[in-house]
Design a protein around this ligand. Structure first.
Ligand code: ATP
Length: 254
């Protein structure tokens, strides 16, 4: 689903944390949102999953102004893996993933066998099958992260919004989550701290610096020495992965 930020500003005080964001993301595009700590990545994502209303501009989801569209339509279309999203209730893993189905039916609906099959598939894909009957509260950070990702997949959304989806994950699961996101066949907007993972998986890298879009484009264009130095304070070399052929970014101190 197409997503467009039209002159978006948002924040927590009179001074916006992000401003003048003017970006169009095409249907099916995988966009990595990168930037230093505090540059506004989570803030911008919150305007998409309706946790923070823009103070200026609009966010368009397809042909709809996301903040004027019915809440349920947005909840159905946008799958979210946010930060600190574990929730206050003590669900089992299967119940937590099943929550991803409710936007399609309403809160008091009885879910059917088709929903159960979708939940089982999402659990399996994320390697959470063996955890299904465990309590969410007892999981490790990485296990919980995978369950929350499984919930977003079980929703079968048209847009995936992922805030540092690889947080807490071991190498195998970092790769698995990004492979699954890329293979989901939907638009993906993911804040990533690893510039190397952004280089490998993103069609487009969107660089935020001090709340503004500093650069956007394909990883091989964006990750050049001057930008890496000015925005991130590091040096870097782009190389081709000898096995996968993907762009890889090797960082070093300046
Ligand atoms: N709830 C809040 N109340 C007040 N200020 C906030 C709040 N959340 C974030 N900020 C401020 O807004 C700015 C942008 O923060 P944001 O969390 O969007 O950055 P980020 O790029 O996601 O950072 P990080 O890489 O550290 O996760 C920062 O200056 C931060 O201190």
């Amino acid at each position: 689903m197409k997503l467009r930020f039209a002159g978006v500003a948002a924040g927590y005080t009179d001074v916006p944390a992000v401003s003048e964001v003017e970006v169009t993301i095409a249907e099916g595009e995988f966009v990595a949102l990168v930037g230093p700590n505090g540059s506004g990545k989570s803030t911008l994502l919150k305007t998409v999953y309706r946790a923070l209303k823009p103070s200026a501009g609009a966010v368009w989801l397809g042909d709809d102004d996301l903040w004027r569209a019915p809440r349920r339509d947005v909840a159905r279309a946008v799958g979210v893996l946010g930060q600190d999203q574990a929730g206050g209730f003590d669900f089992s893993v299967r119940e937590a993933v099943t929550l991803g189905r409710y936007p399609h039916h309403g809160p008091f609906a009885r879910l059917g066998p088709a929903d159960a099959a979708i939940v089982a598939e999402a659990l399996e894909r994320c390697g959470c099958g063996p955890l299904a009957d465990r309590s969410l509260a007892t999981l490790s950070g990485g296990e919980r992260q995978r369950v929350l990702f499984a919930r977003a997949l079980a929703q079968r959304p048209r847009l995936l919004v992922l805030d540092e989806p690889t947080n807490h994950l071991d190498p195998r699961h970092q790769i698995a989550v990004l492979e699954l996101a890329a293979a989901a066949g939907v638009t993906v907007l993911a804040a990533l701290h690893s510039l190397d993972l952004a280089a490998q998986y993103a069609d487009t890298v969107l660089v935020l610096a001090e709340g503004r879009v500093r650069r956007s484009g394909p990883p091989r264009d964006v990750f050049e020495p001057r930008l890496l130095g000015e925005v991130f304070g590091v040096g870097g070399s782009l190389v081709d992965d000898p096995v996968t052929g993907a762009a890889r970014l090797l960082l070093h101190a300046l």
